[in-house]
Design a protein. Structure first.
Length: 570
């Protein structure tokens, strides 16, 4: 009887997780696939019962889809190449050289992650618009007959490269810090130059980390809507995300064609993920040997000032210039800048745009909605991710590998596509979930489950199983063991993972575009509406508010997690 009860609990637990993942991930994907092959309309409640490949045929022969697919590949490949160059450079500088202010450079290297893609696009539209951009005004003042135009493919590529380099940096930096420098030292003794050592020894040793960071950057770029929408739309450069948005936001909305195009985007993303797994198969991230070692810093001599200068230029491009542009745009009465002197004219600045922003009732509504969605996403997503992570990494329960695979599926599904999938899945069902706060929160949870589970996995694997075994020997049950041992020990990691969910939900735009209602308008969608309305001053002011909220949340959760880490060690 006891064995039967134990078996029922095991299968009941894994079955429950499978049902939750089916509800969050599998059902919406199947409905998206159904929508791409049906003649129905989810908004009218008529999902259609006749299957047809007409939408797919329309997509295949549509030159707009082919052009958007080509543009997507071009900007994502270009942006990924730049991101790899930036990310590898900064990881090498901070982990392996004696460049001045390495710790500061390390902090700066991940700061672009705090800037939402839409905000980055708006900032660079203020800086790099062809005629009135602040950079072009400066060039005219200097008498240079140059024109910077970020409303172009190369503009999107540059911004992608700058703002997604941190993904490459995070993977490669840790690998470089944990790598035994014995081979590098042997190369130095043999007279091999630093340049040859980097490309013949250092980077090949961390190749799995480079590939992982590269593919992650590429996959993330595939699903970005904000940057291409701001910088590509004026130049009529469509990528798949902006094209899908046009299909649904147009009149009449083409839901079936949008679903079919979304399947193409999923396919491209899935191919990138499979290439990553194929390239990493049989390789190891292990770079720590059995013997103790002290990481060797390369003495760059006078070249260290060059590496510092390049790092400072990146800081200017990624943080200082965009922040300056947003501040000028949000406080300046009129964005037109006739000359460089007018930038520093105090009479040209006021709080007018902020006053107009907060006099709009939608601003407070969007702020409250975003905080509600963020809290629900963090709590629900954190609990589900912990349950998945504990099942996959700490137990031998049946179907745990299947649970791991299903929970990883959203990696290959861009945010915009998640939104369309949830549109098809829930809009015609009774219960009122569509158009509520919950539909947005659940879409965010589904979208970011892989990020949270992977974040939690590190904390879970650091706890030795002997602690659980000792608890079981003392007669404690599983739930008591989790509550009294596992949760206190991984509390900093759990708080960090839930904070990550909160931050990602504030940043997320793609999943929100088709799921909000007039009463659940989030900040990201209101920001798009303000930008499309042409009010750049109020848009810049709102961008500053959103960025400040993100910075405050990051600082607060960092302090909390650090204090909890100290307490748990004590």
């Amino acid at each position: 009887m006891e064995n039967l009860r134990h078996g029922l609990l095991k299968y009941g637990w894994t079955s429950g997780l499978i049902l939750v993942l089916g509800f969050l991930i599998v059902y919406p994907i199947l409905m998206l696939l159904y929508g791409s092959m049906s003649t129905g309309n989810p908004v009218t409640g008529n999902l259609g019962h006749q299957l047809s490949i007409k939408a797919f045929l329309d997509v295949v022969v549509d030159p707009g889809v082919l052009r958007a697919t080509w543009n997507t590949l071009v900007v994502c490949f270009g942006g990924t190449l730049l991101a790899v160059c930036f990310g590898l450079f900064f990881s090498w500088v901070t982990a392996r050289t004696n460049t001045p202010f390495r710790k500061t450079i390390e902090a700066v290297s991940i700061m672009p992650l705090l800037i939402p893609p839409l905000v980055a696009g708006i900032a660079w539209s203020i800086l790099g618009s062809p005629k009135t951009g602040m950079i072009n005004v400066l060039l005219n003042v200097l008498g240079l007959d140059w024109e910077i135009n970020f409303y172009s493919s190369w503009g999107i590529i540059v911004i992608f490269g700058i703002y997604y380099a941190p993904y490459v940096y995070m993977f490669t930096s840790s690998a470089l810090k944990n790598m035994d420098p014995a081979l590098e030292e042997a190369a130095a003794i043999s007279g091999v130059s630093t340049f040859k050592t980097i490309f013949n020894i250092t980077f090949p040793l961390i190749l799995p980390a480079i590939i992982a960071g590269t593919m992650l950057s590429f996959v993330v770029m595939l699903g970005i809507y904000g940057i291409p929408a701001v910088l590509g739309t004026p130049a009529k450069i469509n990528v798949l995300t902006t094209y899908i948005y046009e299909l649904i936001s147009g009149a009449p909305p083409l839901y079936n064609k949008a679903a079919a195009t979304s399947i193409i985007l999923i396919a491209v993303t899935a191919v990138a993920v499979m290439i990553q797994q194929r390239m990493l198969k049989g390789k190891s991230f292990v770079t720590v040997s059995g013997k103790a070692f002290k990481p060797r810093l390369i003495d760059l001599g006078r070249w260290k000032y060059l590496t510092f200068s390049i790092s400072f230029i990146y800081l200017i491009l990624a943080v200082i210039l965009p922040t300056f542009a947003l501040l000028v745009g949000s406080f300046r009465n009129f964005l037109y800048i006739p000359n460089i002197e007018s930038v520093f004219d105090p009479s040209a600045y006021s709080f007018t745009h902020f006053a107009r922003l907060f006099s709009n009732s939608l601003t407070l509504l969007s702020l409250v909605n975003t905080l509600k969605i963020g809290v629900i996403t963090a709590v629900v997503g954190g609990l589900i991710s912990f349950a998945i992570g504990y099942t996959v990494y700490r137990t031998k329960l049946p179907f745990r590998n299947f649970i791991d695979i299903v929970s990883t599926l959203p990696i290959a599904i861009p945010g915009l596509v998640i939104g369309i999938a949830y549109l098809w899945a829930w809009i015609s069902l009774p219960g009122g979930i569509y158009g509520s706060i919950w539909i947005l929160a659940l879409a965010f949870v589904a979208r970011f489950i892989p990020d949270t589970v992977k974040s939690l996995s590190t904390s879970l694997m650091q706890v030795h199983k002997e602690l659980e075994e000792a608890s079981f020997i003392c007669g404690q049950g599983l739930l008591t063991t989790i509550r009294k041992i596992i949760l206190p020990l991984i509390a900093p990691g759990l708080i960090s993972s839930m904070s990550l969910l909160f931050i990602l939900s504030i940043r997320e735009l793609g999943s929100s575009l088709f799921l909000y209602s007039s009463s659940t308008l989030p900040m990201s969608v209101l920001l798009v509406n303000l930008y499309e309305g042409g009010d750049i001053g109020v848009t810049a002011a709102f961008s500053v508010v959103q960025t400040l909220i993100l910075v405050v949340v990051v600082l607060f959760t960092t302090i909390v997690a650090r204090n909890m880490s100290i307490t748990s060690k004590v």
